[in-house]
Design a protein around this ligand. Structure first.
Ligand SMILES: [Zn+2]
Length: 272
């Protein structure tokens, strides 16, 4: 069967249909959302899984401005921040990922500057600041309410906007973290180039994304699949052997099942 669509990453059409997704209830988020369903498709050449159709950059920007700013789950911003940062270690996803990262990184690693891309309300920056007490903290976050919360509750320098080649361009970083962000990025190659440019030699990049194994273990109707701002689904092969290949050095990767039963792919890269 020949598909009319091509892989947006490698432009080939060796594709395999994975599943159809309804997009009901999202028209208020994206006023010009014409379609009420989309498909998830696997590229058998480069191993990227992509949604088709996908929101445009303009539609994505509208969503982050309007929808995400309301998403404190019925709590005040401060209640949200306090709840997440007060979880005991065994229930804290932030704590688990820090243990994983610290285990791979040289124990003498002492970053001067840390950047969190998509820093949300600042809960990861808070944890990073407690572990790396002397590091200067930086965050970039497109949703203004989240950016405001992280300014208030952490000591980080926060930009309210999207990460691009101008973001903190006067600085180089020893550690960049980027959690649940890559699946929202429309131009993956640009993003990788910009991240790599901001890293010091010997510096680390920690990436965390929903793992493709979600399709096996979560209900077909799960919000991870229907969330319209999720453009891609990743496996380790695509990220390690394709997207970041020849850009950064792979240190390690792992798939972690979270307390909410989601599969997160965690990858640590280093700049050579
Ligand atoms: Zn492809």
């Amino acid at each position: 069967m020949t598909w009319k669509v091509y892989c947006p990453h490698c432009n080939k059409n060796n594709l395999k249909f994975r599943q159809e997704q309804k997009l009901e209830g999202y028209d208020f988020l994206v006023p010009d959302l014409k379609q009420n369903k989309r498909e998830w498709i696997d590229c058998l050449d480069c191993n990227l899984s992509f949604s088709t159709p996908r929101l445009t950059k303009r539609q994505l920007e509208f969503m982050y401005d309007n929808y995400r700013s309301e998403s404190f789950r019925g709590e005040s911003p401060d209640e949200y921040f306090d709840r997440i940062t007060n979880y005991p270690p065994e229930e804290s996803e932030n704590y688990q990922k820090m243990v994983w990262i610290k285990d791979k990184i040289n124990s003498k690693f002492n970053p001067n500057k840390i950047l969190d891309i998509g820093s949300g309300g600042g809960v990861l920056l808070h944890t990073l600041g407690n572990i790396f007490l002397k590091a200067d903290l930086f965050g970039v976050e497109p949703t203004s309410n989240f950016a405001e919360l992280s300014r208030k509750r952490t000591r980080a320098n926060i930009i309210n906007g999207f990460f691009d080649n101008k973001t903190f361009s006067d600085y180089q970083f020893d550690l960049i973290t980027c959690c649940q962000v890559l699946e929202h990025i429309d131009n993956l190659n640009n993003f990788v180039a910009n991240v790599s440019k901001r890293l010091n030699r010997g510096g680390y990049l920690y990436i965390e994304v929903p793992d493709i194994s979600d399709f096996k273990t979560l209900e077909k109707t799960h919000s991870r699949f229907s969330e319209p701002s999720h453009l891609w689904y990743f496996n380790a092969d695509f990220l390690c052997n394709n997207l970041f290949k020849n850009v950064l050095l792979l240190i390690d990767y792992s798939v972690l099942k979270t307390v909410r039963n989601r599969n997160n792919l965690m990858i640590l890269f280093q700049k050579d």
